[in-house]
Design a protein around this ligand. Structure first.
Ligand code: ADP
Length: 655
């Protein structure tokens, strides 16, 4: 049959073409030309409408449907459904819809929104949802010939709604689990809704509508204006709508104020007006309290340290912290200084610690640390002294390090923490002391060797020697004994000085007489230099005769020691109305400006090529300065390197 004959079947897309190519002679509907005009109109409408439409015709409910109904039949039912019976097509739901179809044939109509239909249409059983209506198709005689099904599939919307519902449930659960409060403000009314938790924090009953202005009453006085400003700020478009603030809530139901953290975001429309402002509230009271406690105890510690002399040490203590699991190492500023590091970059055990150790100490320290990590061996205790070579300044420093390793349940070390202290000063004192003892022994041995030799000679010559020879040797011996005595006195003085036990035995005496005696002695002992002495009349003073004598001796013997053989040493006494002045001048190596003040420090000796071969301990001037200080006087000095020096002091006359 020529399909173009059925002019009322024109158009209709895919379904229209299929319907036109039907073998109508075998179809219960019969040849379309024989259809009643109302059926023709109905089929024509079906093919042109945008709604999904299904016509079920006759007692078997033979089906015709349009393009929009086509997806409802899916891939499984189409195209068999076209021209097939509804009972076969919808076998899985026939129990439900069959009676309704029969009802329609009796003249009833049915309609349901969101009707659930489990359809097998795309190879699997799917819960589908439809808004539908079933209504009778009547002929001219008023009899029902079939069922008109008009429906609208809602499966996608229903599923989307379900997902939304599910997401909301999950969100509610998360909010509940995190013990969060939620709020959602309507900016046009300044009223907001909040969840139960939020309401309980704000002391509001569950059904109460919340007025923002009222709700903020519970915010602690000192926080309120700031929070209100933050809320207002977030609702200004150009701030980006971010809201993040912390404050206290004072709710009479709770014994202590609650600390909360509010976070939220404002949403704006295209006119940059705020349309919604919502967010969460978190109770951070306990975190806040713990932090506060920590801060308080830290502050107390700082205070205690500030008040005690420990603070000085504390400031010098550096700290190190090794995380042995993460393999990281932290050094504070002080610790960095002790390894000669100036930067703030990350430091590492290998690069900074191991390399920073002095090569002579490295192996010992690293061995020690591997023992620290063995709990059974050291219990994690660490206490060591070593040298570092500054990474940037190349300075050598002595360090005292103390620390402790911490272990897990399996005795595996997990952390190693400790402190370091610069003991360079202390160490160099120790080293100096050792040098000093070496020097002392050496110096004392020299006169002793001479004495021993003189005694041996005297013994050998005892029987047949001339008196002059004996006298000469005895005099030499006496000089050596004096030298040794003065050395020993020097040491005794210094040890007395250090322990604060030096005491003066003051008396009135004639200073000129003391200097005369000393010069006479030097003339015998030091024939290497010419001593020029300008004596004075009687100078009566009050002081410790022996100690002042040792000061003058020291100045004269230094003048001899530090000037060339054969040069002149000049000793002068001067008397003014109320003072006496003693000076000792030489033509020796002199003293540089730099060294002048330091000469009077303990163990200080000028070190240069001129002084290298001259023995001494650097204690003479130190002790002399102290003695003069006890006499309310001071040793002064004029000197020109290479030309000579003049040491002098003044003493008040005894009037
Ligand atoms: P010592 O002579 O035993 O080293 P002193 O305390 O008497 O110790 O002197 C300290 C240092 O001062 C000496 O080592 C020397 O370098 C310097 N000094 C002292 N007197 C003179 C001087 N007359 N001329 C040059 N240098 C001197």
């Amino acid at each position: 049959m020529d399909k173009n004959q059925h002019h009322f079947l024109q158009g209709g897309g895919e379904m229209g073409a299929l319907i036109r190519s039907f073998n109508w002679d075998k179809n219960p509907l019969g040849n379309p030309e024989s259809w009643s005009s109302s059926l023709k109109t109905l089929v024509s409408m079906m093919l042109t409408t945008n709604f999904p439409v299904l016509i079920c015709w006759g007692k078997d409910f033979t089906q015709l449907y349009n393009d929009n109904f086509r997806p409802i039949n899916g891939l499984t039912k189409h195209p068999d459904a076209l021209g097939g019976t509804a009972k076969e097509t919808y076998a899985e739901i026939w129990d439900t819809i069959g009676p309704m179809f029969e009802g329609v044939m009796q003249g009833e109509t049915f309609g349901f929104p969101n009707f659930k239909v489990p359809l097998h249409r795309n190879g699997y059983l799917e819960d589908c949802y439809f808004d539908f209506s079933y209504s009778p198709i009547r002929n001219e005689n008023g009899e029902t010939d079939g069922v008109l099904v008009i429906c609208n599939e809602k499966t996608r919307q229903v599923n989307a709604f379900k997902e939304l519902q599910q997401a909301k449930q999950e969100l509610d659960f998360a909010i509940g689990a995190a013990e969060l409060g939620t709020w959602d403000l309507d900016p046009s009314t300044n009223k907001f809704i909040g969840n139960e938790r939020l309401k309980s924090w704000f002391g509001l009953s569950a059904d109460e509508e919340i007025d923002l202005n009222k709700a903020t009453d519970v915010i602690a006085e000192e926080d309120r204006s700031r929070v209100l400003a933050d809320i207002a700020q977030a609702q200004i478009y150009k701030t980006g709508g971010q809201y993040d603030t912390k404050y206290h809530i004072i709710n009479p139901e709770y014994s202590t104020p609650r600390r909360v953290w509010a976070k939220g975001k404002a949403l704006f429309n295209e006119n940059k007006e705020v349309i919604r402002f919502s967010g969460i509230l978190q109770d951070i009271t306990s975190e806040h309290n713990i932090l506060q406690e920590l801060r308080d105890s830290n502050r107390q510690l700082e205070l205690a340290l500030e008040q005690s002399s420990l603070s000085k040490i504390a400031a010098q203590l550096g700290t190190f912290d090794l995380d042995l699991e993460k393999n990281t190492m932290e050094w504070d500023d002080r610790c960095r200084v002790l390894f000669g590091i100036n930067h703030q970059n990350q430091v590492s055990y290998q690069h900074d610690f191991t390399n920073g150790l002095h090569p002579d100490d490295r192996e010992r320290v690293l061995d020690m640390i591997s023992d620290v990590y063995i709990k059974s061996k050291t219990n994690g205790d660490y206490d060591v002294e070593y040298r570092t070579v500054g990474a940037e300044d190349h300075k050598i420093r002595w360090i005292r390090a103390k620390g402790k390793a911490y272990f897990d349940a399996q005795d595996k070390p997990i952390r190693f923490i400790g402190s370091v202290l610069d003991i360079t000063e202390q160490k160099s004192d120790e080293l100096r002391k050792n040098d000093f003892i070496g020097m002392v022994s050496h110096e004392l041995k020299t006169p002793l060797t001479s004495l021993k030799a003189y005694i041996q000679i005297l013994k050998a010559k005892a029987n047949n020697s001339s008196a002059e020879f004996v006298a000469d040797l005895l005099q030499r011996s006496e000089a050596q004994v004096k030298k040794m005595t003065s050395l020993i006195n020097g040491f005794l003085n210094i040890s007395k000085l250090e322990s604060g036990k030096i005491s003066l035995e003051k008396e009135d005496f004639n200073l000129t007489e003391l200097v005369d005696e000393l010069i006479a002695e030097f003339r015998i002992l030091a024939s290497s230099h010419e001593l020029v002495y300008h004596s004075c009349p009687v100078i009566l003073i009050n002081g410790d005769r022996d100690k002042l004598g040792s000061v003058i001796s020291n100045l004269i013997s230094n003048a001899i020691k530090y000037s060339p053989i054969g040069s002149t040493v000049e000793i002068e006494c001067k008397k003014t109305i109320d003072k006496a002045m003693i000076s000792v001048s030489d033509q020796g190596i002199g003293i540089s400006e730099n060294d002048k003040d330091k000469l009077f420090e303990r163990y200080y000796r000028v070190e240069n090529k001129n002084t290298k071969t001259i023995s001494g301990f650097g204690i003479g001037l130190y002790v002399s300065a102290e003695i003069m200080h006890r006499h309310e006087s001071k040793i002064q000095l004029e000197s020109h390197p290479g030309k000579g020096s003049k040491f002098f002091f003044e003493l008040l006359l005894k009037l």
